[in-house]
Design a protein around this ligand. Structure first.
Ligand code: 5GP
Ligand code: ZN
Length: 112
């Protein structure tokens, strides 16, 4: 996974604006924010997409949602959106699973 962008960020080979880190995950600011708060919740394990995850990842996937909730609380976000784009047609551009945690503005529904 040497060339995976988010693996390289997790390994600190590429700098990021880190918000949170633990043994299994990290949260850093999106380089091109689409909301006043826009951070990415990323597992350190390389999983290409949600569709590529397996039952072995269940605990990790649950952990990522708890991390997202804790980071949202720490940023005083009571309204926010947690989004995983899966596949090019849904807008996925980085093939390492990540959740966009976005807040600080009104959100449209349905998303485009
Ligand atoms: P996706 O399009 O795969 O759902 O989301 C990938 C996100 O990663 C995009 O919102 C994009 O702005 C962000 N991104 C791409 N390259 C970098 C980078 O080098 N550093 C950071 N912090 N974010 C990045
Ligand atoms: Zn990766």
């Amino acid at each position: 996974m040497g060339s995976c962008l988010f693996c390289r960020i997790a390994a600190k080979e590429i700098p990021s604006q880190l918000i949170f880190e633990d043994e299994r995950s990290l949260v850093f600011k999106d380089i091109s924010p689409k909301a006043p708060t826009h951070v990415l919740v990323v597992p350190k394990k390389h999983i290409a997409s949600l569709l590529s995850s397996t039952d072995e990842d269940k605990d990790l996937l649950g952990h990522l949602q708890r991390v997202a909730a804790q980071v949202a609380a720490s940023l005083n976000l009571d309204s926010f959106r947690l989004v995983a784009n899966n596949g090019r047609g849904a807008g996925q551009t980085v093939d390492h699973l990540h959740y966009h945690l976005m807040g600080g503005r009104a959100m449209q529904w349905p998303p485009g």
